[in-house]
Design a protein. Structure first.
Length: 127
């Protein structure tokens, strides 16, 4: 609900709170949300402090959006149809890296005489 310039008070309605939730999920900033509602950033922030529903709507909107995108990323990663997304998921969520995978695969190779390093024990010649 936009207000006309010069109106002294902004009282967000239930509909406004739902819109704030959606806007937060889309990644809108407080400044942008304030502009959408036709209020200054300080006015929006003041109302946010006064009305816990606004903060809750912002947090809920961000969490719902992250959940939705995460679900899509997981489905893409686990489908076997998107190798880049599978790699991304393994790196970000599984702690996987190419370096770690290479080092671990080196342990799986059978040892050959050339790959073994035998260190001779040091002899004490100071006696």
């Amino acid at each position: 609900m936009a207000r006309t310039k010069g109106t002294l008070e902004w009282n967000p309605s239930v509909k406004d709170i739902k819109q704030i939730e959606s806007l937060a999920g889309y990644g809108m900033t407080i400044k942008d949300m304030a502009a959408i509602f036709g209020v200054s950033k300080p006015t929006f922030e003041r109302r946010k402090k006064e009305m816990t529903e606004i903060t809750e709507a912002i947090n809920r909107g961000k969490a719902l959006a992250l959940s939705s995108v995460s679900q899509t990323a997981y489905k893409m990663a686990s489908s076997g149809k998107s190798a880049p997304m599978t790699q991304f998921w393994l790196k970000v969520r599984g702690g996987w890296s190419e370096e770690l995978a290479q080092r671990e695969s080196d342990f799986e190779k059978p040892a050959t005489e050339d790959s073994l390093i035998v260190e001779e024990p040091e002899t004490d010649t100071s006696v």
